[in-house]
Design a protein around this ligand. Structure first.
Ligand code: MD6
Ligand code: FE
Length: 217
């Protein structure tokens, strides 16, 4: 078989930027399906609206959140946890679209985590000024599964440190369509999002939407 230079150009390997052992940034991985994802986001949010959760310490988060899938991440004065019911409605969270699960599994596989089956998808909305303080994702039962994070809309500065809160984090600009996969040795790394800068995105306006897929139960 002759090598075809043009085939390589037509079907490039996604750019894979290692952030740390077990953590990979897949640039533009979700670009092609972004429009379709956003339509489904609107459907989910019509059933389970965005809301500002209160932390156990009594602060109201600047990021607005909702969930879909069998489990949803919630926070209130009693703590952080996953719950099968939306506390606003008392109803189960909306179903996770099959196409989202497939995208998350493909991204995880690209990063070396085969067989990822998310049971929770946290939807985060950032407006200019919204931020997420450094934290670890540690409310899931099983840390062997990675987390897959899809960024849409305005760009954000993602802070990524180590398992020690005191280590100064690295900064990465996450653009529309970028996907971060996070697991293995990095599963408990501290991370956060710097205050969102003003801007206008052609599909999302003055917003950033982030989807994080988890195996929580
Ligand atoms: C965000 N993401 O990007 C917030 N957590 O809006 C997260 O907190 C996060 O991107 C675990 C793994 C990847 C993430
Ligand atoms: Fe997180």
């Amino acid at each position: 078989m002759t090598a075809n230079l043009f085939e390589d150009i037509d079907a490039p390997e996604p750019a894979r930027e290692p952030l740390a052992p077990g953590a990979v940034l897949l640039r533009g991985f979700a670009c092609e399906v972004a429009g379709e994802i956003l339509e489904a986001v609107n459907g989910v949010l019509a059933q389970a609206p965005l809301r500002h959760l209160v932390t156990p310490g009594g602060y109201t988060m600047s990021v607005a959140m909702s969930n879909c899938g069998p489990l949803g991440w919630v926070s209130d004065r009693r703590g952080y946890r996953y719950d099968a019911l939306d506390p606003l409605s008392g109803q189960p969270w909306p179903a996770m679209p099959e196409r989202w699960k497939a995208l998350a599994a493909r991204a995880a596989a690209q990063a070396g985590f085969e067989g990822f089956e998310p049971d929770a998808c946290l939807i985060n909305q950032y407006l200019p000024g919204s931020k997420l303080s450094l934290h670890q994702d540690r409310d899931e039962h099983d840390f062997s599964a990675p987390i897959v994070s899809v960024s849409l809309g305005l760009p954000a500065v993602f802070l990524f440190g180590s398992e020690r809160r005191t280590d100064r984090p690295q900064r990465y600009c996450l653009q529309h369509g970028d996907v971060v996969v996070w697991g293995g040795a990095s599963r408990l790394a501290f991370h956060g999002v710097a205050p969102l800068a003003d801007g206008e995105h052609s599909l999302l306006g003055q917003r950033r939407i982030n989807l994080t897929f988890r195996r929580a139960g």
